[in-house]
Design a protein around this ligand. Sequence first.
Ligand code: ASP
Ligand code: MG
Length: 414
Amino acid sequence: MALIVQKYGGTSVGSTERIVNVARRVAAFRAAGNQLIVVVSAMSGVTDSLLKLAREVSREPTDRELDVLLATGEQTTIALLAMALHDIGVPAVSLTGAQAGIVTDGVHTRAKISNITPHAVRSFLDRGDVVIIAGFQGQTMEGQITTLGRGGSDLTAIAMAAAIRADLCQIFTDVDGVFTADPRAVPAARKLEEISYDEMLEMASSGSKVMQARSVEFAKKFGVVFEVRSSFNDNPGTLVKQETASMEQVVVRGVSLEKSQAKVTIAGVPDKPGVAAALFTTLANANLNVDMIVQNVSLQGTTDITFTLHRDDAGKVRKVLEPVLGTSIAQDVIIREGVAKLSVVGIGMRSHSGVAANLFGALFEAGINIQMISTSEIKIAVVIDESRATDAMKAAHARFGLDATPAPTSPPDA
Ligand code: ASP
Ligand code: MG
């Protein structure tokens, strides 16, 4: 008998029919002799509409009240799923995050889990119940309701799997697993059988958001192996785990794309200590999330600093930097929208050379200009024109041998 933690995301529980579908799937796993903990998200769209309601009644709702409000989304799903299970004769009990023993710090709307005491969960399991837990929520030591940040149900599942030492953790979603590239843009993309935590994190931060990044970090820290798979079929998914020697043989695991970026160049920046600190403190204080910072060497005592950020924040940049323009900190700011960030990711890069040259070659052959380059140990990212982004993705995907080979139509000769 295995103890399995399953998580079903918003789309998988997006209607009452789908909740009934999840109930049937859970019942089948239980009938096969397993103990089950099921973590669910709010039905798709519910968290967003709750946020909209809040904005309709208040210009600045407090984070505490937002948490009280948002936690109702998941609470609706747990009760409905428990009822659907009862209806097909499966004993089940629904628990809020607090009832499941999830204790967090007091940072409302993005609380961190501080510990989990799964006593109640254990005793319900021992009684033979399927235990259904509201994702995305917890409670402070003082009994205040908290939430774990958008996408936080993933974290609930991973953390619960770690705390209760589950044999298996399965993240059910609306895609078949983690792909070498977004299959909507690259038809030759393949589902990966396995991926390392670090690759998954890089892919997530580079636009392939299958899971909340924090939950993957948590899984890495506590060594929770999990599978990402679809709730709409029975196909095996992608296993996310600690890297193995054989995983390093693959140079590039996947290609991901982040669209809707803007490129900001701050020109005429003096080359002396404290200037970058002043500029980026100003940006950070305005809550602007910058990415991919590049500073050139200075030839005449001043230099340029270029960075990217989401297009929606581009307008704010000029406003925030206006006061320092034409001063001893910076002369001018040039903002260009319509760019995208393409990343190739793979732990094999640590031990293989020539990956950058290969990527640049593929982009050259496709006639795509590279505007910025940045690298990490397991990633090479370039900023390119957004209008060529899909072409670039396809070119990189093919160049690194990621394209699926069509299945043979007849068996090979013996
Ligand atoms: N319902 C929450 C959200 O939409 C948490 C989750 O779905 O994981 O962010
Ligand atoms: Mg989600």
